[in-house]
Design a protein around this ligand. Structure first.
Ligand code: SF4
Length: 303
């Protein structure tokens, strides 16, 4: 049975794999399991006699014996899922984005991958909008209205998002909207990191299908999950990030060679703006930055 890695180690390993992906390296090979059990041993090894942790330092000129080498260079046990994550996804061989999104939805199925499936969700809220959208909004998770209707951002926060989209000179139908988690957290609580990490690979696949020019992360949970970084909203806002969906093989010959990731901007979640309308001006600045990038002009009434 594959071992599950410590979340920190898993994140570090995923970041390293992403780094290799960005350099065009996709194929990884695992060493066969060692006879000694295969525990991690980078700078030292367990002394087989005493069971204590011992450093192996070579004297000048000393050659490492095969036994010492075997003890020091042991394979790192790796969670198979990390390697699965960088394989081509089934939807990547499909050119029609509607069909590709359908494949992802079918893959998600009646998902029970995280605890949110048994905490009162009525349905999975997959995502909605133009499958070829240039602009994509990503929120945190469905609320009561979204859970009831099966569509993201349809409640009061959704109304405000619609107004924000209109103010940018476009219609809701022109963009694609999704959330980090697809099931409603009970009592509208913030989704746990583990829930975000379990669900977000499906969102990454949706982004890779839609291939937007800009993704706008609505709120801290969306921003931190997409960017895999921890910072305050003040630090995250006001600039573009280069974004490539994690765990997706892009810029591959078998895939679209014209899409190599996109820009990502961070702004406040509309639910937060409803609670603190004084921040609407700041959010508008973020959206203006996005409009400039997309060549959008606000309708006359907003200028
Ligand atoms: S939130 Fe996502 S991962 Fe969790 S049960 Fe729902 S669809 Fe599955």
């Amino acid at each position: 049975m594959p071992r599950t890695l410590d979340p920190e180690l898993r994140r570090a390993l995923a970041a390293r794999i992403r780094y290799y992906n960005e350099m065009g390296i996709y194929d990884f090979y695992r060493r066969p399991p060692s006879h000694s059990g295969g525990e991690v041993a980078a700078a030292g090894a367990v002394d087989e006699q005493s069971g204590s942790f011992a450093e192996h330092t070579l004297e000048p000129g000393e050659e490492m014996s095969p036994r010492k080498a075997a003890a020091v260079v042991r394979p790192v046990p790796v969670d198979e899922n990390i390697f699965e994550a960088i394989a081509l996804k089934p939807e990547q061989s499909v050119s029609d984005p509607v069909k590709a999104l359908k494949i992802i939805r079918e893959d998600l199925g009646d998902c029970t991958r995280c605890v949110l499936h048994k905490q009162g969700r009525k349905q999975i809220v997959f995502g909605v909008g133009n499958p070829k959208a240039e602009l994509m909004f990503v929120g945190e998770g469905p609320g009561a209205d979204e859970d009831a209707q099966g569509e993201p951002f349809v409640g009061r926060a959704g109304q405000l998002l619609n107004n924000m989209i209109k103010a940018m000179g476009i219609e809701r139908e022109q963009v694609y909207i999704a959330n980090i988690v697809k099931c409603r957290p009970p009592g509208n609580r913030t989704p746990e990191r583990e829930e975000c990490e379990t669900c977000s690979p499906f969102l990454m696949r949706q982004i890779a299908v839609v291939k937007p020019k800009v993704v706008v992360a609505l709120g801290a949970v969306a921003a931190k999950t997409l960017l895999a970084m921890s910072a305050s909203m003040m630090q995250l806002r006001g600039r573009f990030y280069e974004f490539r969906p994690t765990g997706i093989r892009i810029n591959d010959r078998s895939n679209d060679p014209h899409w190599d990731g996109c820009k990502l901007a961070v702004t406040y979640h509309p639910a937060f703006l409803l609670r603190d309308p004084r921040q609407k001006g700041e959010a508008w600045k973020d959206l203006q930055m996005v409009m400039k990038e997309l060549g959008l002009k606000a309708p006359k009434s907003n200028t």
